[in-house]
Design a protein around this ligand. Structure first.
Ligand SMILES: *Cc1c(COP(=O)(O)O)cnc(C)c1O
Length: 446
């Protein structure tokens, strides 16, 4: 990135200077517009989400056969939505959060198969590729029972193909485990941030893990190159993939039903606030896109990123998207939140979010462990540090001057006491006990 342009941006924007100093910031997106207007110019629509949902339904018998833990839900990969009012009380007491409405947790940390939000996008993309491939070779029709794909003759067919992906850990787990289940040869290119136990787990499934000393972007670049050189290799491109994005977006339709079951209304009088941790942007972007399709202007979505790796915030606030990296403004990109250790955002997701996203929070690494312990204390639920980033939104929302202005501008003052808040817990259930113990005892003084 050109230095003079960056300097000019830094000079004119105090928020960016705080971002550069690795201070916690709250950013309101000035480009957000009414949903109806945003929809007019969107390249994707509700029909695309419906299509993805229908595909997952076709694969449900196959998923159920390969992963018996999904039987109770008929092969649907979904997570619970649960009240965490004790955590709300704790936030209000300990952090002076003034949170008024109901606080809920979306437990994607406990999604079957991959134990993280990546079980949505990653698995969906592998299945989409599988369906396309099988139909193109005349061995599958959409009206078939897809359970047959688990039979040896089909596995042998898919074994001729390779699927590759670059990952900080969780995406690799989701793609690797699902690829192995279908029968593919899977290669996961892991960045330096990836935890050892995630690599070990993948290798136990027969997945090839290639380790890099470099960061996520470098792992992706190498993975893409190796895949391009192989005629029978498919690369899952987290920075550009529409399929991943739509796999995540399906979450919104399912959430709508869960809110109805809990008799939680979401409409203009009953706003919904959602806080999602952000790395390259695919997961929070896809979920936000879906939520806006379902709830329109009644939902207010915020991303949360680590102070050393706020790539989406940097890209969106400068309008430079993937043309700028956090290293360009002197940040390290290094964070204990391994799932969020990304220095350059997805340009595709950044553009999609421009008219939809309400804003962003950044959070210090030390606080991730505080929130992790708070959740264990208040609710007895373990989440990984990346997932805990989302609590920064709930903790800071109603005490922040920036958000007070947002609330006024959107005429929400009277409605905040009727609001529901969802913290999107993106990972944690597969973390081994000895690592949990390590996390529980980690204290960072910043
Ligand atoms: C990947 C990940 C995210 C963020 O998803 P992106 O698509 O990279 O933005 C958040 N939390 C966890 C635990 C993750 O693994």
């Amino acid at each position: 990135m050109e230095m003079t342009l960056i300097k000019e941006k830094l000079r004119s924007d105090p928020m960016l200077r705080k971002l550069q100093a690795a201070e916690e910031v709250i950013w309101i997106n000035p480009d957000k517009i009414p949903f109806a207007d945003a929809q007019d110019s969107s390249e994707l629509t509700m029909a695309d989400i419906d299509d993805a949902e229908a595909r997952l339904l076709r694969f449900a018998p196959f998923i159920m056969k390969c992963f018996p833990e999904t039987e109770a839900r008929g092969g649907m990969i979904e997570s619970p939505l649960t009240d965490i009012s004790d955590m709300r009380d704790l936030l209000n007491e300990k952090y002076d959060s003034h949170l008024q409405g109901r606080l809920l947790l979306k437990l994607d940390s406990h999604l079957p198969i991959a134990g993280s939000v990546k079980a949505r996008g990653g698995i969906y993309e592998v299945l989409k590729y599988t369906e396309d491939l099988a139909i193109a070779h005349g061995i599958l029709k959409k009206s078939d029972n897809y359970a047959k794909l688990a039979e040896p003759e089909y596995r042998n067919f898919f074994a001729q193909y390779t699927i590759q992906v670059g990952s900080t850990g969780n995406l690799g787990m989701s793609i690797g485990i699902m690829s192995a289940a279908v029968g593919y040869h899977a290669i996961v290119h892991m960045s330096a941030d990836a935890k050892q136990w995630k690599k070990d787990l993948l290798r136990s499934y027969g997945v090839t893990v290639i380790e890099y000393r470099a960061d996520y972007s470098e792992a992706v670049k190498n993975g893409r190159k190796q895949s391009d050189e192989n005629l029978v290799s498919y690369f899952v491109d987290d920075e550009k993939s529409r399929d991943l994005f739509l796999g995540y977006a399906v979450a919104a339709k399912r959430l709508m039903c869960q809110l109805e079951e809990k008799q939680i209304r979401v409409d203009v009088e009953h706003p919904l606030f959602v806080y999602i941790p952000c790395g390259v942007g695919g997961a929070p972007g896809g979920i936000t896109f879906g939520l806006k399709q379902v709830f329109g202007d009644a939902v207010h979505c915020f991303f949360v990123e680590p102070v050393q790796a706020p790539c989406m915030l940097l890209g969106m606030s400068t309008g430079l998207h993937n043309a700028i990296s956090v290293q360009d403004i002197g940040l390290t990109g290094l964070t204990h939140a391994d799932g969020l250790a990304v220095g350059r955002p997805s340009g595709f997701v950044g553009s999609m979010m421009e008219p939809l996203l309400s804003g962003e929070f950044t959070v210090r690494d030390g606080k991730l462990y505080d929130y992790l312990r708070d959740m264990l204390e208040a609710e007895g639920i373990f989440l990984e540090p990346s997932a805990c980033a989302a609590f920064q939104g709930a903790a800071m929302l109603e005490r922040s001057p920036e958000i007070q202005e947002y609330i006024k501008k959107n005429a929400l003052e009277e409605k905040m006491k009727r609001a529901a808040h969802i913290v999107w817990a993106t990972g944690g259930s597969l973390v081994p006990e000895e690592i949990r113990e390590e996390y529980r005892n980690t204290i960072i003084r910043e």
